[in-house]
Structure formats: structure tokens, C-alpha cells
Ligand binder design. Sequence first.
Ligand SMILES: [Zn+2]
Ligand SMILES: [Zn+2]
Length: 480
Amino acid sequence: MMDGPRITLLSSLDAKLRSFLEADPRGNERAAMVLFQRHHFVVPDLAVSDRYVAVDVIPMEEPWVTGSSPTHVSFNLGPLREILRRCEEDGLALGFAHNHPTGYEAFSEIDSANERALLEALSNRNGGHVNLVALLLANGTWKGRVRSSSAPNFPVPARHIAIIGSRIQLGSFAQQDTTGFRSRQAAAFGQPFVEALASLRVGVIGASGTGSPVITLLARAGVGEILIIDNDCLDETNLNRVRGARKSDVGEYKADVLARFVDALGLPVKTASMQSLIDVSPDAVDALSTCDVVFGCTDDQLGRQLLNSALYAFAFPLIDLGLGGHVTEKDEDAVLRSHFGRISVIFPEFGECLFCQGVLREVWIRHQEALRENPALTEEQARERYLEGGGEGAPGVGPFTSATADFGVATLFDLLKPFRRFPAAVRKDQFFIDFVNMEINSRGQKGDFDCPYCGAHEFTNLNSSHRLGRPSLGRRTVHV
Ligand SMILES: [Zn+2]
Ligand SMILES: [Zn+2]
């Protein structure tokens, strides 16, 4: 079941599809073509599960549609040619969506025949190995499956369908075993919530102070797959806060230490570890594109900058965590003046990006680029910059990194099943836990409509021949 394809619809396209399909004045069936980006990179140790992200919807109207009733819709294949050409040129996968106004919630025999005819047209025109995504809307919920030219009579049901708006709505998931260790959580949030978690692939970037508790909490919460990316090795100074790390692990990659720790828990979760810097590794970028949700748990500005474009290009919500604060010295003793944990949530279509939230700054990015070229600068610069820049001497306190991680994972729960009541002064897309003054607060919004990320949306569904439009990351492999 974990090998089933995952289908993602941004809320704007979900709304466009629904409003067209359900608007026939006679109450007849309607149909639309949906174009998808197919993220098919196979992450070693994880399930083979393609992730299809819808990028365009093309309503099928007369004369394309030749007849319809409450129980059928028929169409000719002529106008399809132009769409098939676009699929080939842009490396997009074809999808077919229709509704059942009668409320019949399963694909019918006629649906199967229609899908086979579309797949055949696609295969004849574009050749090679092709896939067709089928979506069915009945009683307000989606069902989905994917049919492949290598086995046209055996459609594979979707592992889930995700609608990404200012929350994550998951549906149509395959049944999972949600008894045993998951039952106490079901007691708080219900059975569908637990099944939704089990259908998720979550990426965690950074496996240190905040990343390690995020990873262990996700595993115990019953998330189905966890991808851990971190290029650092465990240092003895990490042992005060890295969950699951033992002294005997010092010198090993943190990503491997965490994956091994989670595997040893014996829970039904698949883990994969990559020892990469996400902003320079094409494989890490491709692996990110297969995630349903990503946690940013790194102090690395260049890595965060990559996540800030990837969340738009690959349509996943990003939960970014960070710590900051200020320490002074008095009588040769350290005095903690301020210390806070930050939780940011950025959706492809909602909220401010990390630049607009003030988490990323051009000057810090340039600074880090300089450090990469000349590592000898590190110590001095880190002392100057304190926590936001990370570095060797920066404070890292277990209870604070851990509390930030706890709030981060609870934020994922809130996205799947909203339970929080935010005070008026606290932003849903960004809040700080002030560990010194004991309060939760937010900064003001920037509201930059020209921002290329969250304002002008230049990266949303980016279809560039290079990964994320960066020639340094190499060409995107396109297989329809
Ligand atoms: Zn049907
Ligand atoms: Zn922005």
C-alpha cells in the first residue's frame, strides 16, 4: 500500500476543479483534464511512490464533450492532441478528472474504459512508458488512482490525495493498521488523523538539536516515512541535545545515527538518510520533491534559501524551526538575556516566505557563501553572529531545542486536524516561544507583494529544465 502513488492538489486548483465539475445546470457529469508534475525519484530505503502535483486544469466543454447525463459523460479525443503535445514538451503527466453527481463513490466499468482509451491515445502520441492519473469526485471527496501503460488493466489506488491550502487535507488513503502504539494518539485526534499520518512522507533537513527530536517524535507519532538529510558528523558537543545519539556514535553522520536509532525502535516507519548539503546535491533536491511535508531544522542560510524555493516549486508545506537569543557576560559568568524558539509555516499558496518573515537575509546568505569559500573565517564570524549563524561556539540548550521541536511537530498535527485557537496577536504562520519571558508572540507582517517567492509566486510549479532553475544543480530528469 505504501507503494501507491500520492496525488497533491493546491487548494486553488482543487477549488477550480470542484467548481467546474459540480456546476452543470442539468446535474450531469462533467470532466476535466489535469496536468501533473510527476516526482518519481526513488529514494533508497523508502517506498517506491510517485508523487503527482497538479499544475493545470483544463475544463472539458462542448464540442469536446459529445454527451452527458447524471451517470455518464462522453467526449471525443480530437482536442486532446494539443494537450498531449504539451505533456511531452513540458514533461508533464496527464490526468483525467470527473464527478459522479449521483454520489456513487467508486470508479465504474465505463470509467475504466475511458481511462484505457486516454492511456492508449497518450501512449500512441508520446510513446514509451506513460501514466494516467484518474480523479473521481463524489459526495465532495476525491478518489484517485494511476494507470500505467505497462499494466493498463491494473490501476494502482492512490496512497493518499492531499489538498494543500492553509492546512493539509488528506483523503482517500489506503487503510493502515492503526492499533497498538498509535491508539493513544487516536484517542486525542481520531482514527482518520492517525491514518493520514501513516500515509505521509516527511523530510527533515538537519538532524541535530531540533531535527533529532522532530525525527523521533514523528516516528513515534506514526508517520509512514521519514527522509533525514544532514551532512554533518556527530560531535561530542552535540551530545547534550541530539536525541538518540550515544557517545559511541561520535564521528558518524548524524543522519545515519538518527535513522539507525529510529529503525531500532521497531515501529512501522521507513527511514532514509542522506549525507548531503541540500543546496548543492541534485539527489537531495530530487528526494525533497518526493516529500509531502518538510521540516527545516538547519541553521544553514544556504540550505534554508533552497527550501524557500523548493516549497513553492514542489508544492509542500514547510515547517521551519530555529532558535535565537542573546547572551552577555557578567563577572566571568554567562547571563542568558533572551532565548526563543521560532516556528514558521509556509504554504505554497499562503503565508509569508522565509525572506519576508525575516528568517533569511541576503546579507547572511552572502556571508555564508564567503564562509564556504574560506572556512578559516568560521570561528570569528560565529562569535559575532551568535545563534542565527550557528557555528562552533553558539549556545545549544537541550530543553529549548527540544521544546521548539515539540511545538513544530504539534504544528504538523494542527495542519492535519486544526485544534489550536490562536490569540489575535499571534500569527498562524510564525510564532516565537520566549523561554525567558515565558510567552508566545509573533513579529509583524511584511506583506511584500513583489516578493518573487510569496508575492509574485515565480517559483510556484516552476517548470525549468534545471532543478529549481539553478544550473549549478544540473538538469532535471524528465520521465513522463
Ligand atoms: Zn465515472
Ligand atoms: Zn516573501
